[in-house]
Design a protein around this ligand. Sequence first.
Ligand code: BTN
Length: 241
Amino acid sequence: MKHYHFDTLTSTNDYLKEHINELCDLCYVTATNQTMGKGRKKRIWYNEPNQGLALSILIKKPKLEMNQYSVLIALSFIDMLKKYNINAMIKWPNDIVIGNKKICGILLEGQYDNEQNYLIIGAGLNVNNKEFVDKISSRATSMYLQTNMTYSLKKVEKDLIKCFKTNLKKSLRNYDKLMQTYKEYSCVLNQTILFDYEEGISKIGYVKDINPDGSLVVFNENDGVDYLVNSGEVTIKNFYD
Ligand code: BTN
C-alpha cells in the first residue's frame, strides 16, 4: 500500500478527501502532527506529536459495506495490539478499549450513493502518551500506560497495515468468519447498555446479538421487544460515554 507521511496536517482524513483525485486506491497517509484531528460526532481528536498514531486509509472503490470496513479495521487494531501483548476489546461500533478506557478511535467518512463512491478510514491510536488532557484523562489509555514501554510509531504503523491487509483479504473471502471474531472481542455483546432511541430519548436494553451488518439486537424488558441499533452511541455501565 502506498504511503505518504507529513510532518504537519490539519487532519489526515481531510488530506485524503482534498486530494482524492490524485491519490490511488488503498493508499494511506500519516502525520506526526495533526492540528485539527476530527473525532466522531464533531468532537476533537487530541494528538500530541510523536505520541500517537494518526493514520487514514483511502478506499476508492469500496467492495464492502461501510460497516464491514468498520469491523475489519477494528479487528486489525485488536490483532496488531495482540502482537505487543496488549489485549483490547471493541466498544461498539469501533472504539478500541482496554478495561473501561479508550486506546484508539476510528472515524469513517465517505460516500456510498453514486458512481464516485469512496471511503476514508481514519484512526487515532494512543501509543507513547504518558498523560492526557484533563477532559479525557480518566477515560483514555495508551500502549505506554498499559506496558510501561515506549514504541516506534513507524513499527506500530507497519504492523497495523500488515494486519489490515490480512483482514481485508479475509473479509473479501469470508466476511461472516471475521464477524464471528468481531463478536468475540465485543464488550457490548451480552451486556446491558443505554442506547439512543430517538433524538433526546435513550432506552436501556440487553445486547442479544450483533447482525452481519454491524447493527445491535437489543432486548428491552419494559417494552418486551428487540430494538435494532445501527447508529449513535451506546453507554455501558462504568464506561466513559
Ligand atoms: C473518535 O473516536 O471519535 C474517532 C477519532 C478518529 C481520529 C483519527 S486521527 C486520524 C484521522 N484524522 C482525523 O481527523 N481523525 C481520524
